[in-house]
Unconditional design. Sequence first.
Length: 612
Amino acid sequence: MCGIVGYIGKKDAVPILLKGLQRLEYRGYDSAGISVMGTDGSQIVKQAGKVSELSKTVDDSPVSGTIGIAHTRWATHGEPNDINAHPHTDASETFSLVHNGIIENHSSLRTYLQEKGVSFKTETDTEVLVQLIGYLYQKEETSFEQAVRSALQEVVGAYGIAVTCKNEPDTIIVARLGSPLVLGVGDEEYFIASDASPIVEYTRKVVYLDEGEMVCIHPNGYKVKNIKKDLILSKEIKEIDLSVEQIEKGNFPHFMLKEIHEQAQTIPDTLRGRLLVDKGTAHLGGIEDWIPRFEQAHRIYITACGTSWHAGLIGKYLIEEYAGIPVHVEYASEFRYRRNIVDKDTLVLAISQSGETADTLAAIKKAKEKGALTVGICNVVGSSIARETECGIYTHAGPEIGVASTKAFTAQVTVLYMLALRLGKSAGMSAIEGRTLAKALSEIGVDAARVLDQSEAIEKVAWEYKDVENFLYLGRGLNFPVALEGALKLKEISYIHAEGYPAAEMKHGPIALIDEKMPVVFLAPHDLTFEKVLSNIHEVKARKGKIITLTDKKTKDLTDLSDHLIVVPSSHPRVFPILATIPLQLLAYHLAVIRGCNVDQPRNLAKSVTVE
Ligand code: G6P
């Protein structure tokens, strides 16, 4: 949700800023801009559209300088046009500012400033903040740092900001409250970014800013301070564990396809060193000290958004089945504003790829206030949710850049299987049951590779449905959340309307939609519910719907009924949901490519939603 980059050092900032923006474009891509300090103040280039278009404009009318800030936007206040693009300036054009987040009291601050004679150029909440800094700077005849500090005291909302001032041209000030910022520490050069991906090719040394911190950066050093008090804080420099290859597409046409294919490796990576096949359980280092609290929990809430919420639903089925603890799965945006039964006997499990989703973070804060034990399942190491929770389990899927989540989802689900095994052990799950499931999980990487080999066959299926307007996805039990995720993937990137339902629910509504044009994707492994799903397939067939079936075994009944049969090799029906997710990702991917959609940057979406 908006990406920020900054550079201060001896090199030309412009190529560093533009490349950094490209790395952060997954966070938002409706407009972009840079501000580079020149001899007469900031040189700003900004416009609607993608970073590649901004780069062309900069090529045509070059700007240069060794200090600069930049932004790629996902619009919240004000449409994504040239004027509303960041950086924004104050009336005197002394300050230049980029912002990620929302200034919630922008309207009252705007009125206040207008009454003082300040006139505004844009519809954005961000301009209010930079105008306030400019106003306080003049009124209080104060320093750049103090003006930023004073303005931030007046602000309600969330922000990650980077600001420059033409009267102190060798300084960048950044501050964080609710939106992530990382400082990269180089050799007489410093980098600022919303995450480490724009920094990794220059330095591995970083400082993660915590809530309520600001940093004043000069070419020869930096000081981290508290926003409220003028106190210098000592912050640990950390090493980032990220390589440039991990954040590049390699030979794949899209990040999404690369990330789908990585799953044959990322799922085993998630399991590595944790799954204990012989013992039929898992050792999860990040939560082992807290296991007594897990065992005593009266209830578990799983809270998350989007795809991570779907992973949570699978977690509910698994934990209730194997550990016998009641689990409620709730959207974080609902959890945070509702009176729910959360107390010291409650465990709140927050699932988030980015570890930065605003609603999920707020849900954790609420759970902590009520005395619950909070547990994070995050992909991004050192992210806000990972740090805010008392304990947690990293998914270790590596950086996910495609906006539609793929490998992060299967990694989250894999973690939840291990958690269910671990809690199942405490709850008396039989050793044989544990070993059988653990063995199936240990083989999943090989099975995933065999599923990926079917990509071309799935592309052929996709060609047959390129012009449809609707899709239905149906599954039962553990495969119901997979149906939801399949439908979400399709609508996110191909813009085909799609719905996921528990298969039995079809007859309570969606069946009305079925005609000869309607494709229905069935998840039909040979488990306890197989016969029931088969009946649902018959019901669709009777109404001339098109049937795409995913199963674990090719059988005559399925071959006869299905227009397309995709066999997912799965050594245990319980792990079928992880493997069956992959063909659904591929189906969505191929349909989106065939329809000419931008799969890595679908319209209106952003990967990391750091606003409510
Ligand atoms: C956005 C993304 C989704 C993601 C959701 C939750 O909506 O587009 O792909 O599932 O946020 O993100 P998180 O990082 O918390 O898993």
